[in-house]
Design a protein around this ligand. Sequence first.
Ligand code: GDP
Length: 253
Amino acid sequence: MSLFHKAAFLRSAAASLDVPASSGEIAFAGRSNAGKSSAINALAGGRIAIVSKTPGRTRLVNFYALGADRFLVDLPGYGYAKTAGATLASWEDFLGDYLRTRAPLRGLALVMDVRHPLTRLDLMLLGWFSPTGKPVHVLLTKADKLSRAAAQKVLRRVEGEITAFAPNFSVQLFSSLKKSGLEEAEKVFGGWLGFAQAPATQGPAMSTPGRDQGSRNKNPRAIRGNQPGANALRFKAPRSGRRSGRRPKSPIA
Ligand code: GDP
């Protein structure tokens, strides 16, 4: 059972961020079409997030509950080519305060297509977020689209560039299609949410990252910051009493 398999759709917030009470959440951001929805689905083990067929369509913030009070927060994609300027301005208006000031936000999952990493907009987002001091973990998605050697080369380059922003930024290869990189991502995100402290009876020990070769951040401070539960236990989230049962609304615009 995956760490996030019990994720349940809770609500969408559209015009303003009508955010639920939360004791911990991870925001997922990335360029439109980078593979963010697919990554959330892969982590959740099912198609709970909206997988858009049209780049730039998703403009809602979707909250996926992990138990009663912890969430994966799916932010709208940014940078759809035809509207890049307008999208970025409205994206920052809409989400800048949330990213900078939201106390329960434990960290940012930044999703990038491994073939198009660190675009100008990704770098701007990292620039906005880094003053919070909170960690960023980059998922280089669609790793299946590159050869192993080419993917590793991108991984090394991105690692070098993002750790220049902050020592607690980290990066890994990921493929929603091949389900590769899941264990490493679960370990990082589960650690952020405090699931590493789950009682031993809740599941077997997480495996070491060996199977998902690809995580790169050799800075010891970064590793401590992102993996507080090096011997983390796999978390089984309790069933949420707040599950709404509603389906995600259609994305607007
Ligand atoms: P989002 O706009 O960032 O949420 O992107 P989506 O998750 O909707 O994915 C955009 C497109 O990329 C879809 O056609 C997905 O099927 C495809 N895609 C997403 N992740 C992967 C992956 O890991 N490998 C491959 N080959 N395709 C992917």
